[in-house]
Design a binder for this molecule. Sequence first.
Ligand SMILES: Nc1ncnc2c1ncn2[C@@H]1O[C@H](COP(=O)(O)OP(=O)(O)O)[C@@H](O)[C@H]1O
Ligand SMILES: [Mg+2]
Length: 400
Amino acid sequence: MKSGRLNELSITKPLSIGIIGGGQLGKMIALEAKRMALKVCILDPSRCCPASTVSDELIVADFKDERAIRNLASKSDVITYEIELANSEALIDLASKNRNFVNPSPETLRIIQDKYKQKSFLKENNLKVPTFALVNSEKQLFDLCEDYGFPVILKACQDSYDGRGNYSIRSKGDISKAFSHFIGEERQLMLEKFVKFRKEISIMVARNASGEITSFPVVENIHKDHILNLTIVPARVSDKVASKARKMAEQTLTALKGAGIFGIEMFVTDDNKVLINEIAPRPHNSGHYSIEACSISQFEQHLRAILDLPLSEPRLLCPAAAMLNVLGPENYVGPYAISGLRKLFSIPRLKLHIYGKKISKPRRKLGHITLMGDSVEETLLRVNMAKKTIKVHVLNEKDR
Ligand SMILES: Nc1ncnc2c1ncn2[C@@H]1O[C@H](COP(=O)(O)OP(=O)(O)O)[C@@H](O)[C@H]1O
Ligand SMILES: [Mg+2]
């Protein structure tokens, strides 16, 4: 970055943000950057990725392509990423020359992109996580299942997201099936005890390069088939649980290096224990509501954090809000349209975001809806109306 603390936006030579990944998170970071007339350069394997429509430059390459990452670096004052698949080794090399050039820090990315390393790191830092162990053989998996009891979850340690690397084992009969599901892959495996959680919650926390830390309200998440369906804010947990969660999230950030926004996913058990499930070193699906419902969005907070500007204490602007994901229908891969708009927009205090992905795939995140209300109950009534109204409309040959 240009030397000294940032205090001025140049219009003739705008500050340039390089983003690895041009999906919906890259798009929403870019939209915030463009609001302040910053320059945005995206690296993504797809020429028509969602962020391509709102950025200045696009480098079409794999997230792990070292030459492309160096090319991005030559065009950027600061580099960030929206996806854990970014090449942490190449980024470590870049960051060794300029400490604040890549944020969050690539060492942090290296820990987080491996679920086993991530959980071990949390445990070493005295943060509570579900019981877990590495799995090296089928025999060891049988032994661990015996020890943990059922159900358990077998997880791929690398390159897994949106539930795609998880396999639930409900009984002894599932063990061999689960192990062979991952056979032939290079990914390491780990086993986790199933947490009988009362609620899943998450919290967005940011730290800027100067070390200032602020967190967003605690939200409640409802997953379907391991993928986020609905976020409700504020989470329906006691103040004690909320402040415990906030403290754990801030402790996590103190332990990790680098600046940026982080999403911390947690489980709350029946006896109000809070366990960390995972960390995302980037904006997070459960923080999208902040665009409309908070005094600052997770995307602007992220930009402030990586540019080392003062962070803003986020405040909810309404008593309650919810975020409903718009997912691709099952059993269909192909072009689509979003239908039901007239009824959808007759619902008050609603915003629709469509990412612009060209192809729908089963449960692919195509967009989201934010709803605001005077209470959680009232907001949830409108979530149900929205759910019934909006449709991902599959296009047949003649509509395309
Ligand atoms: N140990 C566990 N106990 C209970 N549920 C779990 C556990 N691990 C994962 N899950 C469920 O699966 C979802 C996705 O798992 P997660 O590990 O967060 O994978 P991903 O990286 O795909 O988001 C979680 O949000 C939760 O609903
Ligand atoms: Mg997760």
